[in-house]
Design a protein around this ligand. Structure first.
Ligand SMILES: O=C1O[C@H](COP(=O)(O)O)[C@@H](O)[C@H](O)[C@H]1O
Length: 243
């Protein structure tokens, strides 16, 4: 699969986009559960993710999802103190995980500074967690994208873009604060049945157009991730304005 095979879904604004993604996610999870699976879903951080997470909580009661039978993973994490609001897991917990009641053992969070000496140790620990509890292929991988085209914590020009033998890596000197992070790598991100990009706002229009245009992943990291079954770009009008 390449970005040429991706589907693009454009919504009016960030609110409409959030409602659509939350609804689609709930219905996919419910369908997978109805088929007897325990879905493995990879969450992302960022501004649109937070809106989507609140929508998940709002729509959850009508969804039929069994929150005791969902495994949640993270595409990246900020390597900061466990109680820092900068942590992607903290944002996801506050917006939906705690509200819907996903059991703690099903929430696979990446290390904080309390759990690991540095980002490398944290990345190794997440690789071990994936090895022990992870699926062969994630069911749904959600990715926000930055104005520079970064996804997870894979940034343009960074050495992590060329890592082929690791599932997770440490990142230092991130151009977007906080500087220390842990990220899944391309080989692991690309073991996903469905890849959903979640992007809103005019500041990301150029990056969206470049990724969908197939720009080299070293310049636009978002170019380098596709799903085995489907790749969907969930956009609002502003982020789609360069297409
Ligand atoms: O730092 C990060 O940024 C991206 C996008 O965030 P946004 O605020 O521009 O929407 C996010 O996908 C990533 O998980 C996060 O760590």
């Amino acid at each position: 699969m390449t970005q040429d095979d991706a589907r693009v879904e454009v919504h009016e604004d960030a609110a409409a986009l959030s409602t659509a993604v939350a609804g689609e996610l709930l219905s996919r999870i419910a369908d997978l559960q109805a088929a007897g699976d325990v879905p493995h879903v990879v969450l992302t951080g960022g501004t649109i993710a937070e809106k989507i997470h609140h929508e998940i909580t709002r729509l959850a009661p009508e969804s039929g999802v069994d929150w005791g039978a969902v495994e949640l993973w993270f595409g990246d994490e900020r390597f900061v103190a466990p109680d820092s609001p900068d942590r992607n897991v903290a944002q996801a917990r506050a917006a939906f995980i705690d509200a819907v009641g996903v059991p703690p053992h099903r929430v696979h969070e990446m290390a904080s500074t309390a759990d690991a000496a540095d980002v490398e140790e944290g990345a190794r620990a997440y690789e071990a967690e994936l090895e022990q509890h992870g699926p062969e292929v994630f069911d749904i991988l959600m990715l926000g994208a930055g104005p520079d085209g970064h996804i997870a914590s894979l940034f343009p020009g960074f050495a992590q873009l060329d890592v082929s033998d690791r599932a997770a890596v440490g990142v230092t000197g991130s151009p977007k604060p906080p500087p220390e992070r842990i990220s899944l790598t391309y080989p692991r991100l690309n073991r996903s049945a469905s890849v959903w990009f979640l992007v809103s706002g005019s500041g990301k229009a150029d990056a969206v157009a470049a990724a969908l245009g197939g720009r080299d992943l070293h310049e636009i990291p978002a170019s380098g991730v596709t799903g085995r079954d489907e790749t969907i770009w969930f956009l609002d009008r502003e982020s789609a304005s360069g297409l």
